[in-house]
Design a protein around this ligand. Structure first.
Ligand code: 4HQ
Length: 240
């Protein structure tokens, strides 16, 4: 998997990419992230990448020229890979979208700053717009890292345990059951007795019910999309 990232702040990325799972994925050649500073494609003596919006209103807008030049030089024109703009106006990133993105061998990510990018970047360069949620960030860099992180976790060989990715809560369509580790008693708070019983069938059922209960309480809309067993339905009925 290869990510071509276009940003005015490439220095933001290495501290996160060079730790833990993403670091290992890169060392194993399962992941490659190339960073490009859009300012390197500015053409005037001041390396200008932004300008005032036509029509007024304040703030600055990223000029189309340096973005088109950077993306076209790096990935070619026409390109064979998705060119994604990170923006609150995009479709919401979900685990389903992450799965879809993970089917690509290469993805270009454009990180905007200021008030955003000139609309012609959207109209004539970008193939997809993605948002990580309904809140306002300073730039598209954190959303780009979120996409790289979530997509990389789905790639075969990246997680130690090959079933780990499928067990993640949004992959299962349920929130996760509660986790406990040592010590069995901490400040008088003990762990649920069943987890020490050694009865793996009972533990699996308890975890399933905890996941169902938590999802029912916190994200009831998630349950509507699920194929629940007779046992699951009986348990959910017992909650209300
Ligand atoms: N941005 N999900 C970049 C976001 C955002 C989001 C605000 C994107 C500022 C310039 N991007 N512009 N939420 O808040 O993707």
């Amino acid at each position: 998997m290869q990510f071509e990232v276009f940003t005015l702040f490439p220095e933001i990325f290495p501290p996160y990419l060079n730790e833990s799972i993403l670091k290992r994925a890169q060392s194993a050649n399962l992941l490659q992230v190339n960073l490009y500073n859009i300012r390197d494609w500015a053409t005037d003596k001041h390396n200008t990448v932004d300008a005032e919006p036509y029509g007024g209103g304040g703030g600055m807008v990223m000029k189309p020229g340096p973005i088109f030049s950077a993306v076209e030089e790096v990935i070619g024109n026409p390109s064979n890979c998705p060119i994604i703009l990170l923006t609150p106006q995009g479709r919401q990133l979900t685990q389903e979208v992450v799965k879809e993105l993970s089917q690509n061998q290469k993805i270009a990510l454009i990180c905007g700053r200021y008030e955003g990018v000139d609309e012609r970047v959207r109209q004539h360069l970008v193939t997809d717009e993605i948002s990580i949620g309904d809140f306002v960030l300073t730039g598209g860099e954190l959303p780009a890292l979120a996409i790289i992180d979530a997509v990389t976790r789905l790639m075969p060989g990246v997680l130690g345990d090959p079933t780990a990715a499928e067990d993640d809560s949004h992959a299962m369509g349920l929130l996760e059951y509660p986790h406990f580790t040592r010590p069995p008693e901490f400040r008088e708070w003990s762990i649920p007795e069943i987890l020490r019983s050694g009865n793996h069938g009972k533990i699996a059922r308890w975890r399933r019910e905890q996941a169902l209960k938590r999802t029912f309480e916190r994200r009831p809309e998630m349950l509507e999309k699920l194929n629940l067993s007779k046992e699951d339905k009986k348990f959910l009925d017992s909650l209300s």
